[in-house]
Unconditional design. Structure first.
Ligand code: IDC
Length: 476
């Protein structure tokens, strides 16, 4: 098996991350005039708080098809500023703002819409702009700007999810019911799926063929998009990573899978270190994905070295940011000791049961690595699951380092327990990392074959067998 030395692997995947940025742009686009835009309609809605706001903008092209667009508007108040944006590249000069397409969303056929947005700041007041231009043409079809968020007059632009037998088509919007995750029929279900590796390193693994294999060959219910915050992740380029998470949500949606957005804090272990980043990130992704029924938010991966009360405090500051945009989505909160319910730091789930997060429709995360964590961890999860809604957002079949051999006996005991308790799970990792936890053999992601078993490691073979068995989701 090819051994890719660690350093060069990182260099390669860094190149892959850049490649992905241009991936959307390399799709053949119709040769249409980039300046033509005979008419347009814009809706601009905000949710505002003291000094800050999130703006959601829908652009509808009422003219000829265009390939390449720039939206222009002017803030009415001198103190209004664009901050982090998504689905467009923003610039501001004085009060004049332009938002340019990002390549993958450059084409707008006649009647097509696209959604963009940004987080901004304001000082004295936050009125909506009164006029918009698209490629220089005034958008007379613009609906009256408002800050009270009326329903958009245009439908969301994303590809509609497939209907029929996909996990999302069957189960719809999920909610927490008692200690379970329930589907649209209010019946407990279990989602079984895979986690990406860090998208800053393995972005090239999440191409169409790989995601097709996950949905169709593995029959996965779930894709966890693991966005590290440190370690060359989100903090280095918030816009790039926010956009990439959003496109992974779209990829899951198109395939009828649930998308778990993982704000992958790890080192430092105190989630408060990333509180401002979390607020910015979750404001953006929850606004962008609010109308979808398949998005689950995991607000901190593995808190460690901090008390439960600190984690709870963090959760109670981040959850309202999500709820403001996407009130019905399930939110998952990490637990103490690398999401071990405290066990790895000498505590247990009692601290959570006695002092739960003050929010509804939430679950708690539990993580394990089967070769390292055995009976005492299983016993604690089972004890906790009688009192708390639990979701295994990450686990490995190997040791907690992510490496080593598959512990088949312990992994089987774990998954049998999760199946029995209907606890949902995502396995670390759907990647070709050179480590035992990866599902694919090293080098697989530079090829084009992902389905079948020839490309799989021992862990991949084990997990594919567990995940692809029928779900039998209840429908009444
Ligand atoms: C590991 C990766 C490894 C990477 C390391 C960097 O497998 O390639 O070098 O992170 O931080 C976790 C974490 C997860 C770890 C994984 C395995 O959530 O980020 O991934 N693990 O060590 N918790 C327990 C184990």
């Amino acid at each position: 098996m090819a051994h890719i030395p660690r350093l060069s692997r990182r260099n390669l995947v860094a190149a892959g991350a850049i490649g992905a940025l241009t991936m959307g742009a390399s799709v053949a686009l119709p040769a249409t005039n980039a300046t033509a835009a005979a008419g347009c309609a814009v809706t601009y809605t905000t949710s505002s708080w003291t000094g800050g706001f999130t703006a959601s903008i829908t652009i509808k092209n009422l003219g000829d098809a265009i390939n390449g667009w720039t939206l222009g508007f002017t803030f009415p108040d001198a103190g209004q500023r664009v901050g982090q944006g998504w689905s467009a590249t923003y610039s501001q000069s004085g009060s004049t703002v332009t938002a340019k397409d990002m390549g993958y969303n450059a084409t707008l056929s006649t009647g097509a819409t696209t959604n963009i947005g940004f987080n901004g700041t304001w000082t004295t007041s936050n009125p909506a702009p009164t006029s918009f231009t698209l490629n220089g043409t005034v958008c007379t079809g613009s609906t009256a700007p408002t800050t009270t968020a009326p329903p958009p007059t245009t439908p969301p632009p994303t590809t509609p999810p497939p209907t029929g037998q996909t996990p999302v088509a069957i189960n719809g919007q999920l909610r927490v019911c008692g200690v379970n995750l329930c589907n649209q029929y209010n019946r407990p279900i279990q989602l079984r799926g895979m986690s990406t590796h860090g998208i800053q390193w393995f972005n090239h693994c999440y191409n169409d063929a790989a995601l097709d294999a996950l949905a169709d060959d593995w029959k996965s219910d779930l894709l966890r998009a693991s966005m590290y915050v440190q370690e060359d992740g989100y903090e280095t380029n918030p816009t790039l990573f926010t956009n990439r998470v959003n496109t992974l949500v779209d990829e899951a949606t198109e395939r009828g899978m649930y998308a778990l957005i993982d704000f992958h804090t790890l080192t430092p272990g105190d989630p408060m270190y990333n509180l401002d980043r979390a607020r910015t990130f979750f404001a953006a992704v929850s606004a962008r994905n609010a109308s979808k029924n398949n998005v689950i938010y995991e607000i901190t991966n593995e808190p460690n070295g901090v008390s439960w009360s600190t984690i709870k405090n963090y959760a109670e500051q981040v959850i309202p940011v999500i709820r403001a945009n996407d009130p019905d989505a399930v939110v998952i909160v990490g637990t103490r000791g690398w999401s071990s319910l405290g066990v790895s730091e000498g505590a247990n789930s009692t601290e959570v049961v006695n002092n739960p997060v003050n929010a509804s429709n939430i679950m708690y995360a539990f993580h394990f690595y089967a070769a390292s964590h055995k009976d005492n961890y299983r016993a604690e999860l089972e004890r906790a699951a009688a009192r708390l809604p639990m979701f295994v957002t990450e686990f490995g079949t190997v040791t907690y380092t992510g490496g080593g051999a598959v512990d088949t006996a312990s992994s089987t005991a774990w998954l049998d327990l999760l199946d029995r308790l209907k606890i949902s799970y995502a396995n670390w990792t759907y990647s070709d990392a050179d480590e035992g936890s990866a599902a694919f053999r090293p080098g697989t992601c530079y090829g084009s074959t992902y389905a079948g078993t020839a490309v799989l490691t021992d862990s991949g073979t084990f997990m594919r067998n567990r995940i692809r068995t029928p779900d039998n989701f209840p429908t009444s």
